[in-house]
Ligand binder design. Structure first.
Ligand SMILES: [Zn+2]
Length: 366
């Protein structure tokens, strides 16, 4: 089979062209319906891009133009596959990453144009899911450094984080046990990066890139490991929904987009704005409610007591993260706790820690 059909996108217009594909000795030729030669791609330069299972999607490596060719006929796809060693079907992850980065560059450019028309807030929610993990992790690392230096008012440095001294190690093992159990149930795409920090407030925050800060004050106020786990589960909800990234996009807007395009957030205004946003952000009620629902569902999935979130919310109230304060101040709080209880039928649950582990965790900050 030396010839077949395909769909060709030229990378500059959105036109979807039905084409004939001729397989030459060293290159494939893409011909328009009228026989015009649209492109000639050497087999050695081909790369397959992420696509649904039944489609072979090809591009040309190092091609400045994002042209692509889609082959639907499986037999013809096999013919091409056999000629091109460079199509590495096992490298699915790499391909996807590359496609993501290319996709993001396009998205960033388009978003700059859209921002001019619609403004940033409306776009943030739509764009956040498009931010590739690798870039979100970079942002997270930069925001993490900024948040740390802001919260660490006594300049304790490494000692700002609890759980590193010998006497604090059992506490760290205990919180890790909680984190691992939630993480397993959540099946997130990337591991969580938790830290317990020496701050008096009863608070917990989630940063872009899966960083979670649990404040010492929250551990002091929690009356059980399940209560603490419930708040962490709520924060995992913010991470799963990428709320931090959304709010950073909203608050830092263009400087974030520029930082992203340059691949460097450090030194950019975006990080300072981002750190402030994450620390002070008072998410909208619906965002909090859905992080709540996520957290409760996650607790239930982990075989733990989902009602623990309602318990600690009711007791700590406004002292916890600002978003929770909004929820607690709202007259519908009781209804909300009732909603938490409604999706958590009474049943046998397994506590996160035994009494000794919980006692150790209480002393994680010395
Ligand atoms: Zn929240």
């Amino acid at each position: 089979m030396n010839s077949g059909t395909g769909i060709y996108f030229d990378g500059t217009t959105s036109a979807r062209l039905s084409v004939t594909v001729d397989l030459g000795p060293s290159a494939l030729r893409i011909l328009a319906a009228d026989g015009r030669l649209l492109a000639e791609w050497p087999y050695a330069g081909l790369e397959s891009q992420s696509a649904p299972d039944n489609i072979l999607r090809l591009g040309l490596r190092e091609n400045k133009v994002l042209a692509r060719l889609e082959i639907i006929d499986p037999q013809f796809a096999t013919e091409i596959d056999a000629r091109a060693d460079s199509i590495d079907r096992s490298g699915a992850m790499d391909r996807r990453k590359r496609a993501n980065v290319i996709g993001w560059s396009v998205a960033a450019t388009i978003s700059l144009l859209l921002v001019a028309y619609f403004g940033v807030p409306a776009l943030a929610g739509r764009l956040a899911p498009l931010v590739p993990r690798v870039i979100e992790n970079k942002l997270g690392a930069a925001v993490d450094a900024q948040v740390r230096s802001t919260l660490d008012t006594r300049k304790a440095g490494a000692a700002f984080e609890c759980g590193n001294a010998d006497s604090e190690r059992p506490g760290r093992a205990a919180i890790n046990k909680i984190i691992r159990r939630l993480e397993t149930a959540a099946a997130l795409p990337a591991p969580l990066l938790p830290a317990v920090v020496r701050r008096r407030e009863a608070n917990a925050i989630a940063l872009p890139g899966a960083h979670i800060y649990v404040y010492q004050g929250l551990i002091d106020k929690a009356e059980s490991a399940d209560e603490l786990a419930a708040v962490i589960a709520h924060e995992i909800g913010h991470i799963a929904h990428r709320d931090g990234t959304k709010s950073v996009l909203q608050a830092a807007g263009l400087s974030f987009l520029f930082g992203m395009m340059l691949g460097d957030f450090v030194g950019g205004g975006a990080v300072v704005v981002a750190a402030k946003t994450v620390m002070q952000s008072s998410y909208a009620r619906d965002v909090e409610a859905s992080a709540d629902a996520y957290g409760v569902a996650l607790m239930n999935k982990a075989g733990a007591n989902g009602r623990a979130l309602g318990t600690i919310l009711t007791r700590i109230g406004g002292a916890t993260e600002p978003g929770m304060k909004i929820l607690m101040d709202h007259p519908e709080t009781k209804a909300r706790v009732a909603a938490i209880n409604a999706i958590t039928p009474p049943r046998t649950v397994t506590p996160f820690l035994d009494a000794a582990e919980w006692a150790a965790l209480k002393k994680i900050c010395g």
